[in-house]
Write a new protein. Structure first.
Length: 80
């Protein structure tokens, strides 16, 4: 039985937590850039008050980050 467990452990696919964390960081960075670009194109095309809209978007983005992501990340255990 011990040999079977060792064989299963050897053949089990897996990825280290550090690589998963890096993949998640890259994914969320790309998603943020995509949202920023789409929002910037929309504001530049349809807004008469571009500076005001960019400032409001920045303020709401910071508030969203502090309200949501800091709570989520404080509950997540650190990588070894």
């Amino acid at each position: 039985m011990k040999q079977m467990t060792t064989l299963i452990e050897k053949l089990k696919p897996g990825i280290p937590r550090r690589h998963l964390l890096m993949g998640a960081a890259i994914f969320w960075t790309m998603a943020g850039i995509m949202l920023f670009v789409r929002g910037a194109v929309y504001v530049m095309k349809f807004s008469n008050f571009k500076g005001v809209h960019f400032l409001l978007a920045l303020l709401f983005g910071i508030a969203f980050f502090w309200a949501l992501f800091t709570r989520i990340s404080s509950n997540t255990p650190f990588v070894e």
